[in-house]
Design a protein around this ligand. Structure first.
Ligand code: GLP
Length: 254
């Protein structure tokens, strides 16, 4: 696990560099997208590079990590709406190239299976962008999610619903109780994982993920099993790391 610590702005630039390098080597790459506030600066940077220097997603495909169940199509906080607003409407993905789990499907189990099949048919994910929940969740894999899980329906914890209430005008009752999420096993199949964590609320989860024991109560610790993970942290998210100086030295010496 490669750990990089700096400003939030620097981390957004590094994540954008990873996406740009991938697309220059493999224009038809498969990118895993995440929602939440953590990747917003990255998406703004990608949109800027597209507008100002022609960074193109025209041959690429993308899969979003997760989606709420129960929000009507067009709801501003549906992740399908969010990713369009924050990224895809600002760059040049081809129509249909960005797929989102269908949290409005009549048959949710069939939609989960179809999503797994679509990712596999695309050849798997080359670069998966990730955030982390304050409780260590990845996508919507809440504590005790099995590390081998595939796309499934997850019941959101009270903590996650409280954390996400800020996107619903602070109204906890408006936050869905269920989500469709790629499983931890699905995420671990991606060839490169790039996780962004920004702000003090993430410090405890980050400490477990990077330095804690592998355990299901902190789902992000599964990343310790992956051979190619880049963890991009601002100073606050890194504030509980015991070995921060070592990570800084290793990055500076690259
Ligand atoms: C959300 C999403 C995750 C995201 C996380 C952190 O609930 N399902 O994919 O990584 O929580 O969100 P934020 O970046 O807003 O803190």
């Amino acid at each position: 696990m490669e750990v990089v610590i700096g400003s939030a702005e620097q981390m957004a630039v590094l994540a954008a560099d990873a996406v740009e390098e991938l697309l220059s080597e493999k224009p038809d790459a498969v990118i895993g997208l995440a929602t939440g506030s953590s990747p917003l600066a990255l998406y703004a940077e990608l949109a800027r590079r597209h507008a100002e220097r022609g960074l193109s997603f025209a041959q690429a495909r993308a899969f979003l990590l997760d989606e709420y169940v129960g929000l009507p199509v067009g709801h501003p906080e549906r992740y399908a709406t969010v990713i369009e607003r924050e990224l895809t409407s600002h760059v040049d993905f081809a129509p249909g190239a960005v797929q989102v789990p269908d949290g409005a499907a009549d048959d949710l189990e069939a939609a989960c299976a179809a999503y797994e099949e679509a990712i596999a048919a695309a050849g798997g994910v080359d670069l998966q962008l990730l955030g982390i929940g304050t409780n260590g969740h990845l996508a919507f894999n809440e504590p005790c999610a099995p590390p081998t899980s595939r796309t499934h329906i997850e019941t959101l914890t009270e903590q996650t619903r409280r954390d996400n209430a800020r996107f619903f005008d602070g109204d906890l009752d408006a936050v869905p109780r269920l989500a469709m999420t790629q499983g931890l096993g699905t995420i671990l199949d991606a060839r490169h994982l790039v996780l962004l964590a920004i702000g003090p609320a993430k410090a405890e989860a980050v400490q477990h993920m990077v330095e804690g024991n592998l355990c299901e109560t902190w789902p992000a610790t599964v990343l310790q099993m992956h051979p190619h993970v880049t963890v991009l942290l601002d100073q606050e998210a890194a504030s509980l790391l015991e070995n921060a100086e070592r990570y800084r030295a290793a990055w500076a010496g690259r």
